[in-house]
Design a binder for this molecule. Structure first.
Ligand SMILES: Nc1ncnc2c1ncn2[C@@H]1O[C@H](COP(=O)(O)OP(=O)(O)OP(=O)(O)O)[C@@H](O)[C@H]1O
Length: 626
């Protein structure tokens, strides 16, 4: 069950909701339910206590307190509604814009927020009332404007947190517009904090409205207001103290109820805002030193990426080269932390906050992608390049059914009537071999197995008919049988659609199964590239040879699994020269200077000066190519 609903079912919260519901009904239906007209005085029963005639007594003019409470609530609660509505519109819009768009929009919004927060509320309200007369609506809207910065901050913080989640990245990858992502994916996620803030503000607004009524500002007599009733009661407190009880209890319980509902929703899972990602100046991109491959679908040259690590911009990928031809299946291999996934994200223009391309070029279909605006890249995502990631369930929005999520992308990429969209969705689900697509479209992500979720994710990626599919460890989270099925599916889809695939993996078996060529990465460097056959038969870099030697299928029964000693160094502590030298059995002093990519055989490149000593290697001449 939704945690918010669960929280609202707690006895105290349920009582608060019920109380506000009853008050609201009594107020709305006051003309039908109130026993008397709120302005009619019964001079025979002035300042009487509760009686059969007047259940809550009468005031100093003999007016029925119950009827005045019902009618008074109309003024007081509509004032609260006006203030809350103003806060919601201003706070949610500005918070979403600031958190989602960031940059100068964020800076301007936060500057306005700081200015409004510095304005004293009561003084401003008095000024507004002095200017517009006793216009309660104007005062409550002004209160809403002054209260909105608190909601702006909360929504901005929550949006920043949600923006980092994988399913939002997946939605971007799929080419969804910012507005669609904000409305359909982010807004439902920040609904909790918004409800908390709105209910807390409603209590404060009721208190302010009552205070204004008490001071004789706002709606004027004989119109009943709750604040006016408190003011009347306080003037006769010596003669009839009871008169303060009905209005005091109704107002007090209403404020308490707003607070209780806010607390319950917050307890149910309001999230804290993450720290604001560091803002830095965009550094100029260093142009590549080598030309792109003209016939390639994707040609990456000298790509250098930085990410903020330990407070500093750290290079995590350095001068990477990569080419993928149309329809080609290419592997990107390496241990965890070598920079494979971050490279995949850079191709889509989706680096984590603070990440930057500081050098090189990415050409896709002949167009340069580095330094292109996010709006241009968004058009490319999904239809040009699509991504399937290693955590299928985290990439699906848990709030919507599979059908809704696939429909959404089909509508964006193809358009068409509801019927046509759904027909295409079912076809896509059939294409990825999901049994019973009619049933699957009605399922929520939590009802899917890992294998089914991965198939749905592949269907989502196919919705835009991409030319290049980046499959980032697409089988890592799956069991062996399902792994084989997904690999077979990728192979079939590639043959059927003619799309190219960049398969990111640390598993040589998977790479050998699907790819014709592979790139091996180590600690941010491309260390070797060749056809998969060449790499298996004649590795020319000790790292590739070491990785191949670690494959579990090469282990002898009863023997320890072979492993490369040591671990991938943190990008802040890369050694100078060859990054692999501290772990390399062939390392010499010469390895401490930067090593270029060499080409021991045509089309086979390795970043190693000892490539001819790598086991199984041939003693070829070195040809520096980069
Ligand atoms: N959001 C991030 N913020 C800071 N550093 C990051 C972030 N994501 C990745 N890194 C760092 O970038 C480097 C490359 O990470 P990347 O995820 O690309 O490696 P990988 O080879 O894909 O490994 P894995 O298979 O575990 O994902 C690592 O040192 C990693 O710690």
């Amino acid at each position: 069950m939704n945690p918010v609903w669960k929280a609202l079912r707690r006895p105290l919260t349920a009582a608060a909701v019920a109380y506000l519901g009853v008050v609201l009904l009594a107020v709305v239906f006051a003309p039908l339910l109130a026993p008397y007209d709120p302005t009619d005085g019964d001079l025979d029963h002035v300042l009487s206590g509760p009686s059969a005639l007047h259940p809550l007594g009468t005031d100093s003019l003999g007016r029925d307190v119950l009827s005045r409470l019902m009618y008074g609530g109309r003024v007081s609660l509509s004032g609260v509604a006006e203030a809350v509505l103003t806060v919601l519109v201003l706070g949610v819009l500005s918070g979403l814009l600031a958190g989602f768009l960031g940059g100068w929009v964020d800076r301007v919004v936060m500057w306005v927020v700081d200015v409004v927060l510095a304005v004293p509320v009561i003084v401003t309200l008095l000024v507004v009332l002095a200017v517009v007369g006793s216009n309660e609506t104007a005062a409550m809207i002004a209160l809403g404007v002054l209260g909105s910065p608190l909601l702006t901050r909360v929504v901005r913080g929550s949006t920043l947190a949600v923006r980092q989640e994988l399913f939002i990245t997946a939605a971007r990858v799929a080419g969804l517009s910012n507005r669609a992502i904000a409305v359909q994916h982010i807004l439902p996620r920040v609904a909790g904090p918004i409800t908390v803030q709105a209910s807390i503000f409603a209590g404060a607004a009721l208190l302010t409205e009552t205070g204004l009524g008490y001071l004789g500002l706002g709606a004027q007599p004989p119109t009943p207001t709750w604040g006016g009733m408190v003011a009347d009661a306080s003037t006769v407190i010596d003669q009839q103290p009871w008169l303060l009880v009905p209005s005091g209890v109704v107002i007090g319980l209403a404020i308490l109820s707003f607070g209780l509902i806010g607390d319950a929703v917050r307890d149910a899972g309001a999230r804290h805002a993450p720290p604001n990602p560091r803002r830095r100046k965009q550094v100029p991109v260093v142009p590549p030193e080598t030309a792109p491959e003209p016939d390639a679908l994707l040609s990456v040259r000298d790509l250098t990426l930085t990410l903020p690590r330990g407070g500093e911009d750290t290079v995590v990928v350095e001068r990477l080269h990569l080419d993928i031809g149309p329809g080609e299946v290419v592997g990107l291999v390496g241990e965890s932390g070598c920079g494979k996934s971050i490279t995949g994200r850079a191709l889509l223009g989706l680096l984590p906050p603070g990440g930057q391309v500081t050098g090189g070029s990415i050409r896709f279909g002949g167009e340069e992608l580095v330094a292109r605006r996010q709006a241009d890249l968004r058009k490319l995502r999904g239809s040009g390049i699509a991504l399937v990631s290693q955590e299928p369930l985290s990439c699906l929005d848990p709030v919507f059914t599979v059908g809704h999520q696939v429909d959404e992308l089909v509508r964006i990429h193809r358009g068409g009537s509801r019927k046509q969209v759904r027909a295409r969705t079912l076809q896509l689900l059939r294409d990825v071999n999901l049994p019973d697509p009619e049933l699957v479209v009605r399922k929520y992500p939590h009802e899917l197995s890992g294998g089914m979720a991965q198939r749905v994710l592949i269907a989502l990626a196919l919705a835009g008919e991409p030319k290049l599919l980046i499959a980032d460890e697409p089988t890592t989270a799956l069991d062996v049988t399902v792994q084989a099925e997904i690999l077979e599916l990728l192979r079939t889809l590639r043959a059927r659609t003619g799309m190219a695939v960049l398969l990111i993996s640390h598993d040589w078996g998977v790479v050998a199964d699907l790819c014709t060529r592979a790139y091996v990465m180590y600690a941010g460097h491309l260390v070797e590239t060749a056809t998969v056959e060449e790499l298996f038969d004649h590795p020319r870099h000790p790292y590739t040879a070491g990785l191949l030697g670690c494959a579990p299928r090469r282990a002898e029964p009863g023997q320890r699994l072979p492993a490369i000693p040591g671990t991938v160094p943190d990008p802040r502590h890369w050694p100078t020269g060859c990054h692999f030298q501290p772990r390399c059995p062939l390392a010499t002093d010469d390895c401490a200077v930067p090593v270029p990519l060499l080409e021991p055989r045509t089309g086979h490149r390795a970043r190693c000066i000892h490539h001819d000593r790598v086991e199984g290697g041939e003693r070829d001449a070195r040809t520096a190519v980069a």
